[in-house]
Design a binder for this molecule. Sequence first.
Ligand code: NAI
Length: 294
Amino acid sequence: MKKQISRVGIVGAGAMGQGIAQLAAQAGCTVLLLDIRPGIAQSGTTAIAAHWQRMAATGKCTAETASRWQTQLSAADQMPELASCDLVVEAIVERTDAKLALLAELEAIVSPDAVLASNTSSLPITALAARLAHPGRFCGFHFFNPAPRMKVVEVVPGLKTDPRTCDALADLAVRMGHTPVRAQDTPGFIVNHAGRAFGTEALRIVSEGVADFATVDRILRDQVGFRLGPFELMDLTGLDVSHPVMESIYHQFYEEPRFRPSVITAQRLAAGVLGRKSGEGFYRYEQGVAQVPT
Ligand code: NAI
């Protein structure tokens, strides 16, 4: 296994893939970003480059640094371009079948000592590794949204993960300026397990008519000190991600009633009311500003 990761592939150029790609380039790695949808990896790298230009313009980095990072990052068109990566992180849709298929495809092309990692929020790492020929190389590497600003990364070994795989990922997290936290492969790991207490309970408060969602958000922000209330967080995450996460954690806890997902989010997901990414969630977004629908 490689001692230090220097060439990183990211599969899935959505919110999380872009954030992780940005961090990996800033950590000094060469980064390739790939997405199944044509043009998305390219628009992702353009968006990251624009962000670096803004950082340089506001004195957060030098112009030389911004252009060096830019030369380290590129969009890939095909999976085989990732063959020489020391690490490939998947940040695709939160579905076991899709992740298993992708990991099998990746393992067939990368070198025997390359690390494979998943940014999954809720799927069991041990199960994702089950079909790999070398499960020791696979680990959870769970960032939070937005990845560049949220400084904790959960490093989640599965049952067969080699401790050196965890060490290599923890080392990279530190080089990214983040704090790696070892979590066990249990439903929701640490953060999304603890988060049930706020997300699912907030939905219950609203469905029981105790308070409306904007009040719950305001109280948790202003009185409890949260940066975002639970409904603002669901809008940021996207219900296409957070509702499946709620379902997955509920089922993994053998239908434990306190983790039961809400029909509120199921219905909104069915209607495509996903959050910021669809322009409307619990709040309506006009030029990125949240409005409470009237
Ligand atoms: P997203 O929907 O913004 O992006 C996912 C991207 O993956 C899309 O661009 C899609 O085209 C691409 N994709 C789907 N299947 C693919 C495949 N087979 N091969 C290549 N690309 C494929 O999703 P987001 O929010 O970035 O989430 C990605 C992963 O990160 C999920 O596993 C999610 O649970 C996890 N995550 C999400 C967080 C959030 O707050 N949104 C926080 C932490 C983890």
